[in-house]
Design a protein around this ligand. Structure first.
Ligand code: HPA
Length: 266
C-alpha cells in the first residue's frame, strides 16, 4: 500500500549529506527549466523518499550559490508534495542552547541576491506567507521529538542571512531585537519556492552554536559541521520516525495557496 503513497522530499543541510535513513538508495538525475539536479531515491518503511543534499555530497555549494529553484522544481517534478528540511543554525536567543532542535514557524528574510519566485513573467503572483511552514508536518516532527525526549522548541523565528560569512555582533543584536530566535543561510528562499508550488515545507533546525556576540568564541564552519555530526544519530531517528507517519492526504492549507484564499484563522 505504501508503494502507491505520495513521495516525501527531504533536503539535507550542513552535516546531512547522505540519506542514511533510507533503504535501497539509488541516484536519479532530474532535469528542470533551471538546471539538472541529482536526487537520491530510497524507501523508509516502504514509503518512497527523494533526498537532496543542499550543499552537494561533498559540501561544495555555498548558500548563495545554491540553485534553489532547480532544487524545489526537481522535487516537485518527481511528485513530491511535502518536504522536510534540516538546517544547521546559530542561536540568537541565550535560552535556546546548542543541540536543541527548533521546529521553526516564521522567518525574517535578510538574503540579498536570491531569486525568490517562479513567477517573473506572464503571470503576477503574490502568495500568502503568513504562516509559511506546514503545521501538519511540524506536528508530526514534534511528536517524534516527544517520543525520543529530544530537547526541542515548537515555533521559533528563523533569520535568513545571505552568507557565506557569519554575522557581526551588531547584526545578531538587531535580529534579536526584531524577534529572531535562530540564524541560518539557506532557509529562504527554499520555503517560499516550495510554497509557491503548493508544497508543504517544514524545517528541523538544529542549533550548532551560539550566534556571533552571544558566544565570545570565534565562529567556524568546522564547529558547525562537528556539532551536526554529533547530532546525526538523532536526526536519523527523527526522519525514520516522521516519514512513515505522514498521512497520504494533506490536512493543511499549503496546497491551496495558489487556488483560493487561505484561512489564516482570523
Ligand atoms: N550563523 C549563520 N548560519 C549558521 C550559524 C550561524 O551562527 N550556525 C549554523 N549556521
Amino acid at each position: 500500500m505504501k508503494e502507491n503513497m505520495k513521495s516525501i522530499g527531504v533536503i539535507g543541510g550542513t552535516g546531512v549529506y547522505t540519506p542514511n535513513f533510507v533503504q535501497d538508495a539509488k541516484e536519479v538525475s532530474v532535469n528542470t527549466d533551471f538546471g539538472r539536479v541529482m536526487l537520491v531515491q530510497g524507501k523508509v518503511k516502504g514509503r518512497n523518499v527523494f533526498f537532496l543534499s543542499r550543499h552537494g555530497k561533498e559540501h561544495t555549494i555555498p548558500p548563495h550559490m545554491i540553485n534553489y529553484r532547480a532544487n524545489i522544481m526537481a522535487l516537485h517534478n518527481v511528485g513530491v508534495e511535502r518536504i522536510i528540511a534540516t538546517s544547521a543554525v546559530g542561536s540568537i536567543n541565550r535560552e535556546i542552547l546548542p543541540h536543541t532542535f527548533v521546529i521553526v514557524d516564521q522567518f525574517l528574510d535578510f538574503t540579498k541576491s536570491r531569486v525568490e519566485t517562479f513567477f517573473s513573467k506572464d503571470k503576477v503572483v503574490h502568495i500568502d506567507c503568513t504562516d509559511p511552514y506546514c503545521p501538519e508536518l511540524s506536528d508530526i516532527i514534534q511528536k517524534a521529538m516527544d517520543k525520543f525526549h529530544y530537547p526541542y522548541l515548537r515555533g521559533g523565528t528563523y533569520v535568513a542571512t545571505e552568507g557565506p560569512r557569519f554575522e557581526t555582533r551588531a547584526e545578531i543584536k538587531a535580529y534579536s531585537i526584531l524577534g529572531g530566535d535562530v540564524v541560518g543561510m539557506t532557509g529562504v528562499p527554499e520555503v517560499v519556492l516550495a510554497r509557491e508550488l503548493g508544497m508543504c515545507y517544514a524545517t528541523i533546525a538544529i542549533v550548532t552554536n551560539f550566534a556571533a556576540g552571544i558566544s565570545e568564541k570565534m565562529l567556524s564552519h568546522q564547529e558547525v559541521v562537528e556539532n551536526m555530526r554529533e547530532m546525526s544519530r538523532e536526526i536519523q531517528n527523527i526522519l525514520e520516525e516522521v516519514i512513515p507517519n505522514i498521512p497520504d492526504e494533506r490536512h493543511c492549507n499549503c496546497g491551496k495557496v495558489l487556488n483560493e484564499p487561505v484561512d489564516n484563522h482570523i
